[in-house]
Every structure is written in structure tokens, then in C-alpha cells.
Design a protein around this ligand. Sequence first.
Ligand code: ADP
Ligand code: MG
Length: 375
Amino acid sequence: MPIYLAYQSVNGCERGKGGVPVRRRLALVDVTLACFLLLFVAALTACQRPPPEHHETLFVFGTLVEFTVLGVAPEKAAAAIRQVDERFQRMHREWHAWKPGGALVSLNAALANGETTTVDDFLLPLLEQSKRLYAQSDGLFNPAIGALIDLWGFHSDELPPGPPPQQEQIQALLDQHPGMDDLKIDGTQVSSATRVVQLDLGGFAKGYAMNDAITTLRAQGIENAIVNAGGDLCVAGRHDDRPWRIGVRHPQGWGVLAAIEVADGECVLTSGNYERYREHEGKRYAHILDPRTGWPVDHVASATVIHIDGGIADAAATALTVAGPADWQRIARQMGLEYVMLVDETGTVYMSPAMAGRVEFEGTIPERVVVGDGL
Ligand code: ADP
Ligand code: MG
């Protein structure tokens, strides 16, 4: 997952010289000069003070979400972040794949019973967008495989020890071909052609949420901010006089692989094998499944996508993790992506030319970098 590297820039003014000492006697008669000097001093002092930078961290979606907001009073920033937090809490509750009480769990129960049910407009756009992303990714991004994800034990805060599920259990679910094309959306009415469809938005919702947070902050008059959920992030505006600059974590180890400048409105999302997995007899089984085999992906270590739509970036990063070095360019093209980077288990980096133009490797340069043909 990427980590955020803050720039320490000072908005075109030099920092650290303290206030401007002005000790002048003003003739009471010369009010005009006094006013002029006061304004002049105020302007200089403002220039020497760094712009307000407000930091806050929330715990939601099982991770820490860090906010950095620039250029507004701390109270204004805090109030805007409270609004984001309310929406985040609602998303967490309503879109959770297994904790009871939310809209997605209710929808899944209805689908398992073969029922048609009404879905509210908070969840509906995610279903519609997920169907499109499923089609564009040739089903590699497949949020309809909730039953498989559950079979692997990933619908739990504590991942199960022990061997993977039996191949017959996996095959029994695969034989029923759960896919988003089974999901029928008619206005607000949702049903499924097959009862095996169980929705899990874990590969998509976080990016959607980061994007939504930026929209909420902008609506509150905040022009420059970064929202960073454990490395998955979206930005608004700039960091003072330069673009936001972030670091993509190296999938092997904890160092930074590369730095990327992120433009106003862009999101950077990374999916990785290394973040959440179960382990048995020294073998790791990651939480990203290949919907074609029902088994965890093990050929890619991480996939990073930059896109102005956080939900698309998140779903695409998941799909490209599944696609792997053999198929990433085709899937990226189909999904209309421009900025893509994959790192495989040997440390080889694959990038689209547009991404290669933006990535600056940090520390050890990867031994092998493959730049694709263009998307
Ligand atoms: P991360 O959560 O580490 O950012 P992803 O964005 O790839 O990684 O999301 C992984 C989650 O997506 C899994 O925990 C699971 O809920 C869901 N998932 C797993 N495999 C797929 C898949 N092939 N398509 C869609 N969602 C998936
Ligand atoms: Mg994802």
C-alpha cells in the first residue's frame, strides 16, 4: 500500500524568521500612514506564518484514515471532517459484507432466498458501477463472489488457521458461475438470476469512499486536502505551491518503492497480496481471489492505479492484481486506464508509459522494469 510523503513547502514565503519587528512612533496626526503600516505589517506577518495545516485521523473500514487539510481554519476543517466521518460510518454499516444490520447484508439475504428487494440510493450507484467494472474487466473484478470469499474465511476479523477449503467446495460454487451479470437492477428493484450471487464490495468501496470524502470536503469550501486510508488515497488541489506527493509502498518489505505526484482530483489505489492473507504450512493465501479458479492470486505482489474516480481505481487495482503480468495491459485498456503499475513476486515492475512518466523510484531501483506498449 502507498504511504503518504508530506511535502514541507512554505507557500512562497520564507519560514522561520519570526515576526517582523516594527517599532515606529507614529504621529497621531498621520492616520493614513499608520493604517498603511498596519496593513503592511499584517501582510508580512501573514506571509511568514505557514498556512494552517490541519491533521486528523479516523478509524473506519478497519483502518486508519488520515486527513490533511490546508488553507482553512482548524474549526472549519474539523467540522468538514465530522461530516465525512458521518458518511464513512454510514458506509461502513450499510456496505459491510458480513456484519449484520446493513443494507448489503439484507440484500445478500434476499438474493440467497431468490427474492427481489428494494435498494436505497446510497447503495444502488455502487451496484450499477460494479456491474460496469465487472464487464470491463472480463469478470476479474467480481464482487458477486462473496460466497467464495466467505468460504476462504475472509468474512471474519480473525482469519482462520488451518488448510484452505476443499477443492470440491470451491468447485461447487464456481460451477454456479456467480457474476455481476446475474444481478438485475430495475429502478430500485434488485434481484439475481442465481442464488449463488453474494455481493462483497471490499475491492471497490474504499476507493469510492475516499472519493466521496473529497467531494464532501470540497462542498465545505476546502480546496486543498488529502484523504489517505492506509495508503489508498484521493487528493484535492495542491500542497502549497506544488502537487501532492505520495510514496507507493514496496510490496516486499516496508520501504517506499516510488514517489508519485498526484494532481487535483486524482486518487491512487493499490491492491496487494501482502496486506491480508491466511497462512498454512508456510504458504500464504491472500484475500484477493481469482474468480476463474476460486483460489487466491499469488503471481502479483501489488497493483497501483491512478484515476480521477476512486471507485474505478480501486476496482481496477483489484482486477489487475488478478490479471497479473500476462494480461494486465489488455484489462487496463478495456477499463480505460492510463496510469497503471504492477509489481510481481520477483520484484519486476510493469508500467504503462504514462505511469512511467510519473514514477520516481526511491532507494533501490528495481532490477527489471517493463514499460508496456501504451494503453
Ligand atoms: P485492499 O483491500 O488490500 O485494498 P482490494 O482493493 O483488492 O485490496 O480488495 C480486496 C477485497 O476485495 C477482498 O478482501 C474481498 O473482499 C474482495 N475481493 C477479493 N477478490 C475479488 C475479486 N476478484 N473481485 C472483486 N472483489 C474481490
Ligand atoms: Mg481494490
